[in-house]
Design a protein. Structure first.
Length: 737
């Protein structure tokens, strides 16, 4: 099993390398007829890519075999054929002796032509003879209750290919959730974003925007929307919905305190302008070369009150805005609220207001919080499959309320869940596998591709003698050596993870090297004791180390919602105490954890560090840029209030965070070099301690009903990519058996 997982991880890392390599990109929209004259084309906006492989493998006993694979990619464009590139790929075979010739037809969810230096957005006018739709929608059209599908789709719908075969309409996808705040249980399946991550997690493809253009200096991003696109209630979606969100919500001091981070570069806000009904431009005061990566993460997902997305249904929200409805305050008081801003907040939250129109493939029909929350197909969803069938295939999604993840896992074992990874715990992998046949499901694993699935974070702003110890780099380094990662991997991760520091996965553009990844990961309590003796040699009568005459006492905060975190916290506590550092694991609800962390009451945390694949767009967990920061809660408060509150951080922490912010302003080569340097410094100074990573722990163990088709065997699994959306749920469907 271990070898199989490592082999899968290696293949997954290779796909990331392929996606991550390449130069800085400039994006331009070009007519369909234009011939792109470039050396290398990596992705093409066509219906299919025909790939011919000739693979020869020769097994030599006792030797490692290198496989030479010759791949010729033939790109089919109407009226002409262009041979794009020839690659030689080296692989290590498992134990197979084969000589074969294979022809594959691969559907790709891409509408861009990617070259070495230029990304050109090419809208391919696919000649659909007709569009098709779900039978109940056809009935509604025939009954005069719904416009024809051709009128509900934009003039250039997004074409999403299938990961198997063309699906059939129907069915309800059953999932579970933990309560009103668990919107991610829905929105990570049903997403709408300006652009989106593809299956590999690094390639970015069009979505709400059919194309984009970026200026040479990275300051100006122009997005081209889909003409004729509509909200779920049938009203037009266009640039006005983006401008309303920017001018009337984000810039409105009564509604929003400060411009959201996604619209900033080096803490300076962007401006947004309407070029025409289907064209908007974001103007940054500083270069922002990674805005595409940032805006791919900003959608309706999980946020409830949605200040962090670039649009809102202005036709609907205006009725709750005082500028457009003078009676909004009176309406608020009639609803038992203080003023119109509270009314607006209530109405903008998708989790509690199913009436709010959406762009996502499914939208709520009931609010979150009930025993069974429901969502139905968006009749105006703006994507089709390659045959012209309007997506999604699945009619409805339901979320069953459970008290804790264990009950949800039990429902999965009993065959009552159709597709879920969220809240499925890795330690339950074995029992889930044993129940596959009886439960009528199968288990997939999508490993994370960065950082640590479990890490120990030091709160360096913790006060008192214990805080003084935490701020000593030798103390932090010694505690890394005190952790028995192999035992934690075996107990908490079923030996499916890799002991490592919290750095990106091998093959990623910011991977700092295996030497850094493996720094101080060996279990060496003797060396840890020697190092601690140099900085905190004094001990009390119980044998625990003292700082300024007081016992160092680390309380580790964590939550039970993410798999083996409680067990890991207990094991780490025992490891620390074995080298004389008094430690207590404190397991609490997530809300209490957040409150105590924000109040600077916890010395350390067990949490994930799984977003390292997105160093400059999802860096909050390793920075001190916000209140409640994992590296220093009171430091984050000082930064966010310009020194009015909190504790002033040391200069090295300010410099570290500043470099994280600066990365977005740099061209790719400089950005990648800075990324590697950041992780070298993170490990050298041991700002946090990576424990185990590259496992399927965080939402990577997926239970899939055997009737649910087109769920890929592998897809990117990480918070920034909002998995499982990387498996394109729009094209999942139910078979009859």
């Amino acid at each position: 099993m271990r070898k199989l997982v490592l082999a899968l991880l290696a293949l997954f890392a290779m796909s990331i390398v392929a996606a991550a390599c390449g130069g800085e990109t400039v994006i331009k929209e070009v007519p369909v007829e234009v011939v792109v004259e470039k050396e290398v084309i990596k992705e093409v906006p066509v219906d299919r890519i025909v790939t011919q492989e000739v693979v020869k493998e020769v097994k030599v006993p006792g030797e490692t075999v290198i496989v030479e694979k010759e791949v010729i990619i033939e790109v089919k464009v109407p009226g002409e054929t262009i041979v794009v590139t020839k690659e030689v790929v080296k692989e290590v075979p498992v134990e197979v002796v084969v000589e074969r010739e294979v022809t594959k037809v691969v559907e790709v969810p891409v509408e861009v032509v990617v070259t070495k230096e230029v990304i050109k957005i090419v809208e391919v006018e696919k000649a659909f003879a007709k569009f098709s739709e779900a039978p109940q929608l056809t009935q509604a059209v025939q009954g005069g209750n719904l416009p024809p599908v051709e009128q509900r789709l934009p003039s250039q719908p997004m074409v999403i290919p299938t990961f198997g075969e063309t699906g059939k309409y129907g069915g309800t996808l059953r999932r579970f959730y933990l309560g009103p705040s668990d919107g991610c249980a829905f929105f990570r399946v049903s997403r709408a974003s300006m652009v989106r991550f593809s299956q590999d997690g690094f390639s970015i493809i069009p979505a709400v925007a059919r194309g984009w253009e970026v200026s040479d200096d990275g300051k100006q991003w122009t997005f081209f929307l889909r003409e004729g696109m509509k909200w779920s209630d049938g009203d037009d979606f266009n640039a006005d919905d983006i401008i309303f969100q920017y001018e009337e919500v984000i810039l409105n001091d009564e509604l929003t305190s400060g411009v959201p981070q996604f619209l900033q570069s080096l803490d300076q806000a962007a401006t947004v302008e309407k070029i025409d009904d289907v064209t908007v431009r974001f103007n940054f005061p500083n270069p922002n070369f990674i805005f595409l990566e940032i805006i791919a993460q900003n959608d309706e997902a999980c946020y409830g009150s949605t200040r962090k997305i670039p649009w809102t249904p202005s036709h609907y929200m205006k009725q709750f805005h005082i500028k457009f409805n003078p009676n909004a305050d009176a309406d608020a008081k009639a609803a038992g609220l203080e003023d119109w801003t509270q009314l607006y907040d209530n109405k903008t939250a998708y989790n509690t207001n199913p009436e709010k129109p959406s762009l996502a493939p499914w939208h709520y029909t009931t609010p979150l919080g009930g025993q069974l929350a429901r969502a139905e197909r968006n009749k105006y969803f703006w994507a089709v499959d390659p045959a012209g069938n309007q997506l999604p295939y699945i009619d409805n999604i339901t979320l069953a309320l459970v008290d804790n993840p264990s009950i949800g896992t039990l429902k999965a074992i009993q065959g009552e869940i159709d597709m879920q990874g969220r809240h499925i715990k890795l330690p339950d992998y074995t029992v889930l596998k044993e129940g596959e046949e009886k439960g009528g499901y199968h288990v997939l694993t999508w490993p994370t591709f960065g950082g640590a699935d479990a890490a120990f974070f030091f709160n360096q702003s913790y006060e008192g003698p214990t805080g003084d110890a935490i701020r000593d780099v030798t103390f932090r380094q010694a505690l890394s050596l005190a952790i028995d990662r192999d035992s934690i991997n075996e107990v908490g991760f079923l030996d499916l993870g890799t002991p490592r520091q919290s750095v990106p996965a091998p093959g990623g553009p910011h991977f700092p090297g295996f030497e850094v990844e493996n720094t101080r990961i060996q279990f060496d309590p003797d060396l840890a004791n020697q190092m601690l003796d140099t900085v905190f040699p004094d001990k009390d009568s119980s044998g625990f180390r003292l700082s300024s005459g007081e016992r160092i006492n680390i309380n580790i905060g964590t939550v039970p919602a993410f798999g083996p975190f409680p067990d890991i916290a207990e094991m780490v506590a025992r490891n620390f105490e074995a080298v004389g550092v008094k430690t207590e694991a404190q397991i609490m609800t997530r809300s209490l954890f957040n409150t105590r962390r924000n109040n600077n009451e916890i010395a350390g945390y067990i949490w994930t560090g799984d977003s390292t694949g997105f160093t400059f767009s999802a860096y909050a967990i390793i920075s001190i840029a916000a209140p409640g920061a994992y590296t220093g809660a009171a430091y984050g408060l000082w930064v966010s209030t310009d020194g009015a509150e909190g504790i002033e951080p040391p200069q090295e922490m300010l410099d570290f965070t500043r470099n994280l912010q600066r990365g977005s302003t740099l061209p790719k080569a400089e950005r990648d070099a800075l990324g590697k340097d950041i992780y070298k410094r993170l490990v050298d100074r041991q700002y946090n301690i990576g424990i185990v990573g590259l496992s399927p722990m965080t939402q990577g163990v997926l239970v899939v009903n055997n009737r649910v088709q087109n769920v890929p065997e592998k897809a990117a699994n990480d918070w920034p990519v909002r998995s499982p959306s990387t498996g394109f749920p729009e094209q999942w469907w139910f078979s009859s058996k």
